[in-house]
Design a protein around this ligand. Sequence first.
Ligand code: SAH
Length: 396
Amino acid sequence: MFEVILKKGKEKAVLQRHPWVFSGAIERVKGSPANGDIVKLLNAKGDFMAYGFFNDQSRVALRLLEWDENVIVNDMWFREKVGAAVKSRADILADGNTNTCRLIFSESDYLPGLIVDKYNNHLAVQILTSGIENVMPVIIDELNNLLKPESIFDKSDASSREHEGLQTTNVALTLNSPPENVEVKENGIIYNINIAEGQKSGFYCDQRDNRKIVASYAKGKKVLDCFSYTGGFTLNSLHNGASSVTSVDSSALAIETLRENIKLNNLDAAKHIAIQSDVNKQLRAFREQEEKFDIIVLDPPKYAPSRSALDRASRAYKDLNRLAMLLLNDGGLLATYSCSGAMNMETFKQVLAWAALDAGKQVQFIYQFCQPEDHPVRASFPEGEYLKGLLCRVIG
Ligand code: SAH
């Protein structure tokens, strides 16, 4: 096995079991490992520190897997990690009302660069590191053993693959391809998913708990669901007795699927309005029309892809939230999210405080949302935390 020597003074994060070693922390590579090979990391004195995936094309040159020198990282090791991750999702799927969730969440499940989502009996995988790419035959075999899925589809069309020097793909890894439409169930609500064409991996299962919480306030209320996608918050709110729900998304496919989802769930289409539009434009149009709502959901895409984009993103979040606050009836609720890892909860609260000030409103934070248990945050890997939200009561 090839060896990589860490620079003196760079041991702390490795000892704290952070799984990333940046290229700048590496003193020297002995020999010439190929990208994706498992290598041994040594400190400057030559003592063992960890085993990890090597990639000299990535800023994260090593992705650490195992800190015990006596544990060999072989096929069995990967099978065990897959098994443990799948087992830990059993509670989510237990009552039969939910058959979609994230089964494997990359570093947080000790498999850096592997994402596996379950959609009923189909799986979608994203392979984001060359190390995981190398062990995919074993991982696919173990997923087949454990779950016997009807199909496994590779959705690795993420730009992060380019950082690892990997091609983008979008193909079935099993003999069967998934059908064009797969019906999934989340908390008893049915969704039509197009695994091959849908955004990300077809469905945003990270909002499962939050949809339910927001919907618990929706009875008899006039709801506006911004960035609705295929209707996660919309369907839950209608199901819980909202008097009306307006959904806004810029994607025609999302809006079309949302309309189908309303029918699939036997919900009252007369209580629903779908608008295909840019949310920022639509919020301004509502203001001109003097339209008001009792509950507004803001679930925008990631505005800050990196820390350097945070200032600009903060201004965009502030503006969006300010516009929404102006459309709420006195005492109305704003459920607002950020899925930017670079934006932490403290900064997000600050952004909302600015938005409230600019809108001339008082805001009380009444609930803090986070990501659900199938998107765990590993204590030694805070970067795994990305989804946060606030339920705000907006007064004035
Ligand atoms: N709330 C959704 C997930 C939202 S994902 C759910 O519960 O499933 C973000 C969505 O924002 C995507 O559907 C995307 O099409 C949409 N989007 C991105 N930019 C937009 C914009 N400027 N205006 C309207 N929709 C936008």
